[in-house]
Design a protein around this ligand. Structure first.
Ligand code: F6R
Length: 637
């Protein structure tokens, strides 16, 4: 393993005692990507100064995009030349033509090679078009070429949720060579977005082997977003095993892991800091530690004993804040106070112990939903309560969500509209033809996208009306960053932010609800949330904001940890039925399967997630509800 840098003090080294790989953690992916690019640029210039070639091993996927963007900037604005650079790419799908937009050849040229001065003959990318019986020789030649170039100076890597590096899936051996491999099902699921559906993802790939990667003189593996947190924990702190190929890096003398805060969040020093350092205890940390102990010992809060705390690295807490029962009671009460059936505050009641203020009543509530169904999936029960309790509820759908509408559904609606609306000025023949000729990965023509948007609008409107949200309180923002027609979205633009600002200023809400997930820095939810954060900066001096609270719900991919929750809203059996009926209004989404599962539909997962949360509260010794929806207050983050 890479030696800990000498400038780390003892405290820092103790904190990292579970880490078998050296990790650098940055505030966000953008800052981290710039650091990596700066390191690459330094190496290129250093080698150039010595009249040497710089041999880089490169990766594709969403993780290195920011690094390449910064390298291009360094080239264009700061004169960084790639004239002395030789590159070897990790992998390519098989079969795959290089002109295909999903090919790694295309990716590399689009994000980097076409924008820098690297000589074309210095670029080496595995070929997805060669016939199967030539793959073996081709792979051997690739390795010989790496050897002739003098070996790789710096290899950059992403990590798959299976723990793969390159496409070395679980089971790959430490000496595996460059070869043809079969992709893991989870990798196929994760790639489905780029290929529009799982069926279109190639089942095979050609990849540099673990044994090809390991001789690199330096390796940097990067990972962003909470989606990667669990596999990063295994790679950095777990035993070296072939089930998680990234753990082989633990044996490398000069490998580093670069992370943003979210990807690092499952590492011991962030998740359970009391195991590696002395803690200045505050209420939040006490709650976190106590709930961790409950889970570890499978006990409810009020049953934890002095011994439980003391024998599980929390002796310091029980000595300074004990006895155990006092801590238990404190945490029990904290949780109890966060549970409320009055998400908009209870009018005419003492609100000193409640998550929301009683006044003003009624409140204006603005719910932002990244796609047209995230609101209902995550907080349908809460929306129902807010409306029934007399609040003025607005919903703003941030994007059109049209990517997620299957062609067959357009056809169904087309048939319908063709027969009733001759005057709709839509060329139904054109649309029908375009759908019939569509190849996987093709971008829909504007007319089809228009219909798909309309379908989602009609569904969202119907769900809102079902929950008694009035027509003029439903806002469709259609943020432009989403409208690329492909899974890959554009960057947030000024118009995106302006739309959010306008919605906020129009409603002047007392409560904002937003999807606060940090799962994927390049994903739609994250961009929608980043947009809200930027808009809040703009409205910072508006009067209404001083009286506004911002609540975050979590997208369907995960749920908040109870230890972080500020408001838990129970959902009764009847309310849960109503929530399900509201979800069903989104009929174009009804068959969409929860990613990674074989046959659990997302709607089923959403309902089950709320039930599971209720079971967790029950196990902690709180009241037993049918289902619960969770929220974290934004400022308290
Ligand atoms: C890409 C590659 C893969 C990716 C990994 C993570 O060349 O070899 O190992 O690095 O699948 O992909 P993203 O970055 O898209 O999450």
């Amino acid at each position: 393993m890479k030696k800990q840098p000498t400038n780390l003090d003892v405290k820092d080294r103790v904190e990292r005692k579970y880490e078998k790989l050296f990790t650098r953690v940055y505030e966000n992916a953008a800052i981290a990507s710039k650091k990596i690019a700066a390191e690459i640029a330094y190496l290129i210039r250093e080698k150039n100064g010595k009249g040497e070639k710089c041999v880089l091993g490169l990766a594709t996927g969403s993780s290195p995009i920011g690094v390449y963007r910064e390298l291009v900037r360094l080239h264009k604005e700061e004169g960084l030349s790639f004239n002395n650079v030789i590159t070897f790419n990790l992998d390519e799908y098989y079969p795959m033509h290089k002109d295909n937009v999903q090919s790694y050849w295309y990716f590399m040229h689009e994000h980097l090679f076409n924008q820098i001065d690297i000589p074309k003959e210095n670029i080496h990318i595995l070929d997805g078009t060669i016939s199967e019986n030539k793959v073996y020789d081709f792979c051997q030649d690739f390795e010989i070429t790496i050897g002739k170039a003098g070996g790789i100076d710096l290899q950059i890597l992403g990590i798959g949720r299976t723990g793969h590096i390159g496409f070395n899936e679980p089971g790959s051996g430490p000496n595996s060579p460059t070869r043809m491999v079969i992709l893991d099902s989870l990798t196929i699921t994760d790639a489905a977005g780029d290929f529009h559906s799982e069926e279109n993802v190639p089942r095979k790939a050609i990849t540099m082997g673990v044994g090809t990667i390991m001789p690199s003189r330096k390796i940097i593996l990067m990972a962003w977003g909470e989606k990667k947190a669990s596999i990063i924990q295994k790679a950095v702190e777990g035993p070296m095993i072939d089930l998680v190929p990234a753990t082989y890096l633990q044996a490398h003398p000069n490998a580093e892991i670069v992370l943003d805060k979210e990807a690092a969040s499952e590492l011991v020093r962030f998740k359970t800091p009391w195991l590696v350092r002395e803690i200045q205890w505050n209420d939040k940390l006490i709650r976190k530690a106590t709930l961790w102990l409950c889970e570890k010992l499978n006990k409810s809060i009020l049953k934890l004993t002095y011994r439980d705390y003391n024998d599980n690295s929390l002796g310091d807490l029980v000595v300074s804040h004990g006895p155990a029962y006092d801590i238990n009671l404190k945490v029990f009460n904290m949780l109890q106070k966060s549970i409320t059936g009055w998400p908009g505050g209870k009018p005419n009641a003492d609100d000193s112990q409640r998550p929301e203020r009683a006044k003003p009543y009624p409140k204006r509530v603005l719910i932002f939903s990244p796609h047209p169904d995230d609101d209902i999936l995550a907080m349908g029960g809460t929306i129902n309560r807010l409306v029934e309790q007399g609040h003025e509820v607005y919903v703003a759908y941030q994007t059109s969500g049209n990517i997620a509408v299957a062609d067959s559904i357009v056809n169904r609606f087309l048939y319908f509209s063709k027969n009733i609306a001759e005057n709709l000025n839509i060329d139904t023949e054109l649309i029908q033809q375009s759908l019939a000729n569509k190849q996987p990965g093709d971008i829909d023509i504007p007319e089809v996208r228009y219909l798909k948007t309309l379908i989602r609008k009609a569904e969202a409107r119907s769900a809102c009306r079902f929950l008694n949200i009035s027509e003029d309180h439903i806002l469709f923002l259609k943020m432009p960053f989403y409208e690329t027609g492909t899974i890959k979205k554009a960057s947030l633009m000024r118009q995106d932010i302006q739309l959010l600002v306008d919605a906020m200023r129009r409603v002047q809400p007392h409560q904002i609800y937003a999807a606060g997930d940090l799962i994927d820095p390049h994903g739609t939810h994250r961009k929608c949330f980043d947009g809200i954060v930027k808009s809040l900066e703009i409205v910072n001096n508006d009067n209404w904001l001083k009286k506004c609270r911002i609540w975050m719900y979590h997208g369907i991919w995960k749920e908040w940890n109870i230890a972080d929750v500020d408001m838990a809203v129970p959902v009764s059996p009847e309310e849960l039925k109503k929530k399900r009926a509201a979800i069903f209004r989104h009929s174009s989404q009804k068959e969409i399967i929860y990613p990674g599962s074989e046959n659990v539909e997302i709607w089923r997962y959403a309902i089950e997630r709320n039930r599971e949360t209720a079971r967790k509260y029950d196990k902690l010794g709180m009241a037993e509800y049918e289902a619960i929806e969770l929220f974290v207050e934004y400022e308290s983050q």
